[in-house]
Write a protein that binds this ligand. Structure first.
Ligand code: GLV
Ligand code: MG
Length: 308
């Protein structure tokens, strides 16, 4: 079964063509990683990268991280071979495929059916490998509800800010930063909120994309803090210097986590004391009811998944 509950606070991008960076990735404290066959790999290096990526998955040493591969997008000539070679070669050691530039539910259906065929042909459990769909252009955003509903394999929607900014002609060169001249709010609010609604409506995770200025950890905290505050589950990281900040941003604060566990315990105790007949209870000065329990469950769920 696909797993939509595991922590995905930090998702590390690793070029599939670099043995050195793949090795280094093993030791980083990220929740998930993807070995990239798409934009981080030059066209002439793509064929060789497939074998390297499959071998790296089979070699292991990934220490409980979610193991993913980003294949090329479906307008390219590489995608089908990416999927076939990686899943035939290392399907048992692969958790999800990241599919970039998804602009139609057909893209997801194609990948779902292709995975099913390979799983059947190779004796893998059918349906275990999940899909993470990147939303990276206007069409993808407009179609996001149909995209997320297109397969039960979808575990997460991922925002691709760099491609997205290019696709809508946003007048900015700094990924995640506000376009100069736009001074009435957050230019990304609509996009992030739209994706988050689609993700939550289908009970899948929502992941923010990369922050490219890898030395600017304050900038990363500022930009990542916004999607974390909205309710996103995690963000990509491109460099070891970004890992701690992103894990921290997407974990509940300790006091919020402790409070959430207290709310759950108090609510359970009071309602069971009353033989299931009481809907609200007190925790100190705070009144808690079924809605408070749900809010607490979200924070506690994220904290538990992060091992708090
Ligand atoms: C990631 O793929 C991006 O385009 O930002
Ligand atoms: Mg992209």
């Amino acid at each position: 079964m696909v797993d939509r509950r595991r922590a995905r606070r930090s998702c590390l991008a690793v070029p599939g063509s670099s043995a050195k960076m793949i090795d280094k990735a093993r030791g980083l404290a990220v929740d998930s990683f993807f070995l990239d066959l798409e934009d981080a790999v030059a066209p002439l290096a793509k064929a060789e990268a497939r074998g390297r990526v499959a071998a790296a998955l089979n070699e292991g040493g990934w220490d409980g991280k979610i193991r993913s591969v980003r294949v090329n997008d479906l307008t390219s000539e590489w995608t089908y071979r990416d999927v076939v070679e990686v899943v035939e070669g290392a399907g048992a050691n692969l958790d999800t495929i990241v599919l970039p530039k998804v602009s139609s539910p057909d893209h997801v259906r194609w990948l779902d059916l292709t995975l099913t065929q390979i799983e059947r042909a190779t004796g893998l459990e059918v349906g275990r490998i999940g899909i993470e769909a990147q939303i990276e252009d206007a069409r993808g955003l407009v179609e996001v509800d149909a995209i997320v509903a297109a397969s039960p394999r979808i575990e997460a929607l991922i925002f691709g800010p760099a491609d997205f900014m290019a696709s809508i002609n946003m007048r900015s060169m700094v990924v995640g930063e506000q376009p100069p001249g736009y001074d009435v709010g957050d230019a990304y609010h609509y996009v992030l909120m739209r994706m988050l609604m689609a993700a939550r409506a289908h009970d899948v995770q929502a992941i923010d994309g990369p922050y490219l200025a890898i030395k600017d950890v304050d900038g990363l905290r500022r930009v990542g803090g916004r999607s974390a505050a909205l309710g996103f589950d995690g963000k990509w990281v491109l460099h070891p210097a970004q890992v701690d900040a992103v894990n921290e941003l997407f974990s509940p604060r300790q006091e919020d986590y402790d409070h959430a566990e207290n709310v759950l315990a108090a609510y359970d105790w009071h309602t069971s004391e009353a033989g299931g007949k009481r809907g609200a209870a007190m925790l100190g000065d705070e009144m808690i009811d079924e809605a408070s329990r749900k809010m607490a469950l979200v924070i506690a769920g994220k904290g538990r998944a992060a091992g708090m």
